[in-house]
Design a protein around this ligand. Sequence first.
Ligand SMILES: Cc1ncc(COP(=O)(O)O)c(C=O)c1O
Length: 452
Amino acid sequence: MIYEPYRNKTVEPIRLLTRSQRKTSIQAAHYNLFNLRSEDIYIDLLTDSGTGAMSDTQWSALMRGDESYAGSKSFFRLKEAVNSLLGFEYFIPAHQGRSAELVLMSHFVGKGQISPGNIHFDTTTAHIEFQGGTAKSFVIPEANDPDNMHPFKGNFDVEKLEGFLKTHSKNVSLVIATLTCNSGGGQPVSLENLKDVSRLCKQYGVQFFFDAARITENAYFIKTREAEYKKWTIRRILRACCDLADGLWMSAKKDGLGNIGGFIAVRNEGLYETLKKYTILFDGFPTYGGLAGRDLEVLAVGLKEATDIDYLRWRTGQVAQLGMWLEESGITCIKPFGGHGVYIDARRFMPQIPEDQFPGQALSVYGYIEGGIRSCEIGPILRGRDPKTGKHKPGLDLVRLAIPRRVYSMNHMRHVADTFIALKKSAGMLRGMKFTYEAPLLAHFSSKFDWA
Ligand SMILES: Cc1ncc(COP(=O)(O)O)c(C=O)c1O
């Protein structure tokens, strides 16, 4: 058993509506869980992004926020945290991950260019496509098998990547490692694999960047699953990973333990100067990048707290406990359990529902009706359509139960497990869904649905 390495100082009431109230709210939300009001939700596992609880140290740091437009003390405190933990000299704040992506892709991606990655997150793909490029996945084949116990299912297929770079490197400016791999089940990338990819990038003269939203959770998996690094501290592993990259960006709403914020960090001064121009255009002066000084302070503390081994052991342990409860009851989840959430295989949960009736979306809706739980489809709707064929991009159809950091107790997780276990008992009766409106870009956020 794993125990919380913190105690509560503030509480926020939550309530479970009646079943008929839940049915009414989800219908009014057009069966899209993004449209629900948070007060109508009992356990909110929509995302682990920006939903964590801050520590007392972070709340204290908030008061130190220096709101100067330029050159604020808070900027330099966060810069120091990024320099000392990650080792990059140049640093630009961004208001969240996707605004960092807009800055980076505006520079790196042109029409017809291809950006290889393990599996890009949806906003990353959207920003690459927005610039006229294509995101191409090079994840190992084990990633597509929910039962495969490979410890690093976020790894690149190095041979395949090399074959591609041999013939296409002229069209590639940026290789992206997403740590951990959100769209693949929160699966980590090993340090050995990062070394191989870094070597290839150098050989073929392309830049290697991390999408580092969950880089400390990734470091924890390296420590616990890669024998060579068992004795290393999280900070040493973090540094060893970062030393392999030309730069990174981070949605700091995850492992930055902040409710908002992000940043870009690079080694090269020339690149930094170029990126700064985009930040000024899109996000604000480069010492605040769309954030308040108090947000910068919170992240400077949060980044350091996220490297605490007790915290990481609890965090990943809570995710694994929920996963084990579900698996014990015959619900197939992606294994090994990832860093920030449990991913249920919706097609196996309800095999009678055809793929084009979106079992993942349907199961998320049922989770709300049954237990007031908000989850998120990570499947065809989130991946979107291939711009060339117009068909939904292939892959697994999952329901992600993303666990906010330091927010819910193990009892809350028990309620989540009991809800899906109850649904499993009547899974054969459950129905699929259809679009009543399909939003053209990032469809999962704003599309509308009904029962098929
Ligand atoms: C891996 C990854 N990259 C990028 C993003 C985008 O970050 P943001 O939501 O802060 O814009 C997310 C958000 O969930 C993510 O998980």
